[in-house]
Write a protein that binds this ligand. Sequence first.
Ligand code: COI
Length: 355
Amino acid sequence: MYDIPVTLAATLKQKPQDETKLGFGKIFTDHMFMMNYETGKGWHNPRIEPYHPFELDPSTMVLHYGQTVFEGMKCYRRADGGLQLFRPRDNFKRFNVSADRLSIPQFDEELALEGLKKLLDVEKDWVPHNEGTSLYIRPFIIATDPYVGVKASSTYIFCIILSPVGAYYAHGLAPVGIYVEDQYVRAVRGGFGFAKTAGNYAASLKAGEMAKAKGYDQVLWLDGVEQKYVEEVGSMNMMFVIDHKLVTPALNGSILAGITRDSILKLAASMGVECVETRLAIADVFKAAHENRLQEAFGTGTAAVVSPVGELCWNGEKITVSNNEIGELTKKLYDTLTGIQWGRLADPFGWIMKL
Ligand code: COI
């Protein structure tokens, strides 16, 4: 057992009245989990505090060199009112993998999980009720030494904040249009593409804006060496149904080891679908489309869940996937995954942690 003291907020915010308008990541709850790190002392002082702004010295290292990592997971409300988490230990494990790449000290994953559970116990009324809504959980660590030399910080803050959310994309389950980026790259071999760290997302913004200006929702990144092979979308891993097999880029060090990606592969395999993790050339995806062998495409992620892709544009050529409608397998996987996550379906995989 861990000692995690709770300080309650003196006044509470008003909870969103209309859960159909939550959007994503704009509203935050009344409390947060915090702990600190200092060289020699290790991680210490885990606690629940009222949600509040940080006061940071302008020289704080994270502001200059981006030494920071984050995670994303969700707490779901079942029809019986009870709450549950989806594979939280896998998220904290991946959080430590990201931390290691950014020279951030390892934390006790069980302590983080206990801290999260305690925070959720305090904030349980913030978990929304409407279909498709959940409480998004954002753990993050920032480097806090006041110093502008380049080195690993000797102090850190670990924090978990919570946000009631609806669909990540404003248009919900309607298929998204994806622009295959051929100028910029997101990550290179030996870099930190596999880590959930700010720099990967900052590096994606310019290409994202350019794709939006062309009428697309998201950018699909190609590998950073030859710009030939499919990597990921940034907020999602990519999956294609080609020749009725589920094909996805193999984990190669420059893409995120998505927990939704892994869950979808396991679900599809359990449905008897052949799954292929491979080095997937974008030219082969387009060739499959030309030969009517590309049946479906979708992205997977905690925030995006399963998001159908209806259009892909690469090298000036646009292809439509699955008539710009959600594909049959995509829908089945979406229904099964969300059924397990929201407790409508049994969980034969041991992914659910009831609170
Ligand atoms: C998530 O799916 O939880 C993510 O971290 C994606 C995010 C950048 C919104």
